[in-house]
Design a protein around this ligand. Structure first.
Ligand code: GTP
Ligand code: GTP
Ligand code: MG
Ligand code: MG
Lengths: 274, 292
């Protein structure tokens, strides 16, 4: 809004472009702009503030903390399409829990992708937490089953289950994920306490379809948005919050263990205009 | 689909003859919405709509008995025109081993695609050497080695402590002495705003003079596809693009954005996690997918 002196159609168009350019999507953008028009902003800076307010409101309902179990071990399942940052986010979470003085077990339930187990193992060693793994090609449900027996036996505070990336359009792979969840449910009451969907900030409108399908199949309870340290704005979470009411809990902002921050709707909305 | 939406717009036109400016505006709006929903960058959409508008105001639509179909046909033609040729031809070096360098953002599918390309080239009678030049990501070298073992095709690595520029440099010597005719470089994923990492790619390019520098881009990339493609192109003068994960339901509008903005050819598409899942790029199929 630098150099703008009045609120006119051109300015509204410019704001629309910023939101669409941030992957908010047309439907949600038009809805936000419509609500801002009704507030009758008198100046360019006020218009921008109103937009930030509207977005913060949409996201405020959806800010959330990770669901932690009170007395028993907490089980967190990490899911999402290929390459979004699941394994790396798990490493960051493990480091965070460890720093909080909690005991952590990781389950290498991606038994499919080349070197997936080794990748998680390197992270487990760096963070100095335990890892349960089987051989490549093993049944992810079996790895998960063993992990849950272990946390029950040792009263471990947190179990984080790493799963293979999979496109939400592949029903056999989605069924496999549902089975991993059923193993959690059957082996520990209340588990999985958190099913975290990892979304890449660079993704466009497909993120909505991912969120819908993963929620339908495995009951997603929270989102983590990764790679926000890049040039992409990740505005798709606004559309997801608006249409599916899924809480955004975490932000991944880099490739090291420290690069994990709690999601703040207000900070996120402001950042759209930077 | 766009055809259905445009038919609905034109269904309300009872008269023949000149379409009003309002009719054309409604038509263009539907096309704009369809392209934005398909993740085409909004600036690219503006330019594309400008081209369609010119043709929509012309005789071919105004004198057509089925103006909706005619507009869809125009949109389809313009899209295919921008998408370019169907080609999966890779350049060969004039002499010595051909170097193919794969670059891109984190997680786009580079390592998997290196293996897919090796299989493809080996099937065409070439003798490729894969090079593990990602020393950053945990187990990245191991990942390429496992893929190489599965394919029974060779992988060159110098461990995770070596410098990626030294690795690619050494791989050229290795290829020459062992008679590999093609070298495929796997590089670490990186952000375009990471100047040091982008400069590392330039140093690799300088050392190996690749015949092909291919940007590996995730088909579900949204508006940011333009920033990414422009930045890699500015730094490296990329020779082509490989669009991955097209086996999903992402509309793939990033393809139109990259073509409009860089003019680089899309050479291959990744259509699955298996090593066979690499196909040539078909412009007409991509156009149909983007239009929905
Ligand atoms: N810049 C940046 N890179 C990230 C972030 N999170 C993950 N990455 C990188 O993204 C790439 C993929 O990360 P992984 O953790 O392997 O992703 P994944 O979802 O487990 O991948 P699959 O298991 O193959 O589906 C790696 O290069 C990570 O270092 C982030 O917040 N910022
Ligand atoms: N469904 C599908 N998955 C793919 C395709 N190409 C790659 N993948 C998957 O995407 C994920 C990331 O692939 P990688 O090859 O590790 O990606 P990368 O670009 O090397 O990642 P970094 O090295 O961390 O930047 C893996 O789970 C792959 O199996 C594809 O065409 N379709
Ligand atoms: Mg993983
Ligand atoms: Mg890689």
């Amino acid at each position: 809004t630098i150099g703008r002196t009045k609120v006119d159609e051109e300015l509204y168009q410019e704001m629309e472009d910023i939101l669409i350019g941030a992957d908010v999507g047309v439907t949600t953008t038009l809805k936000i702009i419509e609500q801002v028009r009704e507030k009758r902003p008198q100046e360019p800076t006020q218009l921008k503030d109103f937009i930030v307010e509207e977005i913060s409101l949409i996201l405020k309902h959806e800010e959330g903390k990770l669901n932690m179990s009170e007395e028993s071990p907490t089980v967190i399942m990490v899911v999402g399409v290929n390459g979004t940052g699941k394994t790396t986010t798990i490493a960051k979470l493990a480091a965070r829990f460890k720093a909080e003085g909690k005991s952590v077990l990781l389950a290498a339930a991606d038994t499919f992708r080349a070197a997936a187990i080794e990748q998680l193992e390197i992270w487990a060693n760096r963070v100095n937490v335990s890892l349960i793994k089987h051989q490549p090609g093993a049944d992810p449900g079996a790895v998960t089953y063993d992990a849950i027996q272990s946390i029950k036996a040792r009263n471990t505070d947190v179990l984080i289950v790493d799963t293979a990336g999979r496109l939400h359009t592949k029903s056999n792979l989605m069924n496999e994920l549902a089975k991993v969840r059923r193993v959690c449910q059957a082996q520990l009451p209340g588990a999985p306490h958190e099913v975290l969907l990892i979304l890449d900030a660079t993704c466009g409108q497909n993120g909505l379809l991912q969120a819908k399908q993963f929620t339908e199949t495995v009951g997603v309870t929270g989102l983590a948005l990764t790679k926000l340290d890049g040039t992409a704005k990740g505005g798709i979470v606004i559309a997801i919050s608006d249409q599916l009411s899924l809480p955004v809990k975490l932000i991944g902002c880099g490739e090291t263990l420290e690069d994990l921050i709690d999601f703040s709707g207000a900070d996120f909305s402001r950042a759209l205009f930077e | 689909s766009l055809s259905e939406k445009l038919s609905a717009v034109f269904k309300n036109l009872r008269r023949k003859g000149k379409l009003s400016a309002k009719d054309i505006a409604l038509t263009l709006r539907e096309i704009r919405l369809a392209l934005l929903e398909a993740d085409v960058n909004f600036k690219v959409v503006k330019e594309f709509i400008r081209r369609i508008k010119e043709r929509a105001e012309g005789k071919e639509v105004l004198e057509s008995l089925t103006p909706a179909q005619q507009v869809v046909k125009i949109v389809h033609e313009e899209l295919i025109g921008i998408m370019g040729e169907s080609s999966n031809q890779l350049e060969r070096a004039a002499q010595g081993p051909t170097v193919i360098m794969l670059v891109g953002l984190q997680g786009s599918g580079k390592t998997t695609t290196v293996a897919k390309l090796a299989k493809h080239l080996s099937g065409n009678g070439q003798n490729p050497l894969m090079v593990a030049a990602d020393t950053y990501r945990p187990a990245a070298i191991h990942q390429l080695n496992v893929l190489g073992e599965n394919l029974k095709l060779p992988v060159f690595d110098m461990g995770a402590e070596a410098d990626p520029v030294d690795i690619v440099n050494a791989s050229v010597s290795r290829a020459k002495s062992a008679n590999y005719d093609t070298i495929i470089l796997d590089t670490a994923g990186r952000l375009t705003c990471d100047t040091e990492m982008m400069a590392e790619l330039s140093r690799m390019k300088e050392k190996t003079s690749p015949a092909e520098i291919l940007l590996v881009l995730d088909a579900m990339t949204g508006q940011d596809a333009v920033n990414t493609a422009e930045a890699f192109h500015r730094e490296l003068n990329i020779s082509g693009v490989i669009l991955t994960k097209l086996d999903g339901d992402a509309r793939g509008g990033a393809a139109l954005s990259i073509r409009m903005v860089t003019g680089c050819p899309i050479k291959f598409v990744g259509v699955g996690e298996k090593i066979e899942a690499l196909e040539p790029f078909y412009p007409d199929r991509m156009a149909g997918r983007i239009l929905g």
